[in-house]
Design a binder for this molecule. Structure first.
Ligand code: UDP
Ligand code: MG
Length: 322
């Protein structure tokens, strides 16, 4: 049995040492062989150099150096593509996901589950605003989408080979991984844990990026906004029709044709707003069709560093499935 651990790294130089210490000491206690896939997502600090230093002394470590920063969702995908394990664990580098939970994930996997995800019962070191926005987002996407995305769950999880193969067969460019994980289905279960604050360094997400991720999640997994805009359009059109009738009748009875500048402004602005909103929603989907239709590979690789391959592979693209 082989266990693969996938870790995305983006400017994480301060945490590498502790991360590798804690993770390898957990893996040492397990009765499996293991590989740790360290995906360097275009870090601009010393992350790659430090990773290389560790890789040279531990044959379990494999570095996948992406050609630039592609974002966490793609970095995880690259790791999944390279993983060979019978089970795969995805974990953050910043030790917010405790590696000590891995044996518990494995236990559930061995009792027959395909996917074991770690669910947070608490989140230390996050602002109240972040907790609130995150909660609201999970509520919204739950209402809108038919794919059951579990609440309070990040990317920290274990998946067996069957689930991983299913995930890497989905080659969409707009990758909202939490949705993709849920989409494949199979038997899933949760393990509860307390999420620690970041060990060192800073979060790589600001609110704008989180907003983008939320839009990505919603548009990738449901067309509900398109439907809502259709109904909103129907609603405004029918109320406009009724209001129009009322104006005609009023004019016929009282013959008062010029008054009504304020109502006209209100109606024009309201309809304009609704139309722009609907156009914007269509645009979100259109933009995604555009980026899918270009059929670009998901990522490019600079080099792979593993035992017997010290970064001589040159530039390659790994998108074998599309
Ligand atoms: N990460 C990445 N590429 C990015 C941003 C983040 O690979 O463009 C990695 C990062 O190194 C970390 C994980 O994704 O291992 C989670 O990032 P972070 O801790 O910044 O997110 P948060 O926990 O604040 O949601
Ligand atoms: Mg983090």
């Amino acid at each position: 049995m082989l266990l693969s651990v996938i870790v995305p790294f983006y400017n994480e130089e301060e945490v590498i040492y502790s991360f590798i210490q804690r993770t390898t000491s957990v893996l040492d206690t397990l009765p499996f062989d293991s590989e740790i896939l360290l995906v360097n997502d275009g870090s601009s600090d010393a992350t790659l150099d430090i990773l290389k230093r560790f890789q040279e002394s531990d044959p379990r470590l494999i570095i996948i150096d992406l050609s630039r920063n592609f974002g966490k969702e793609i970095a995880m995908t690259a790791g999944l593509d390279f993983s060979k394990g019978d089970a795969v664990v995805i974990i953050d580098a910043d030790l917010q996901d405790p590696p000590e939970l891995i044996p518990e994930l494995i236990e559930k996997w061995q009792s027959g589950f395909d996917v074991v995800y770690a669910k947070r019962i608490s989140r230390k070191g996050e602002t109240a605003l972040k907790k609130f926005t995150s909660k609201t987002f999970y509520r919204v996407i739950k209402r809108l989408s038919r794919v059951p995305i579990p609440e309070d769950t990040g990317d920290f999880r274990l998946m067996n080979r069957r689930a991983v193969d299913a995930i890497i067969s989905l080659r969409e460019r707009n990758r909202y991984m939490k949705g993709i994980f849920a989409w494949v289905g199979y038997s899933q279960t949760a393990v509860l844990y307390h999420r620690d604050p970041r060990y060192a360094g800073v979060s790589k997400w600001n609110y704008l990026e989180l907003w983008d991720l939320a839009i990505e999640g919603i548009t990738s997994f449901t067309v509900a906004p398109l439907k809502i805009s259709t109904y909103l359009g129907l609603l405004t059109a029918s109320s406009a029709f009724i209001y129009g009738l009322w104006i005609i009748i009023k004019t016929l009875i009282y013959s008062d044709p010029v008054a009504g500048y304020p109502t006209m402004m209100v109606v024009i602005l309201f309809l304009g707003g609704v139309q722009l909103l609907a156009l914007g929603i269509i645009g979100e989907y259109l933009g995604r069709i555009f980026s899918e239709s270009k059929q670009r590979p998901l990522y490019l690789i600079n080099d792979v560093y593993s035992v017997g391959n010290e970064g001589s592979s040159g530039t390659q693209s790994a998108d074998s499935n599309s």
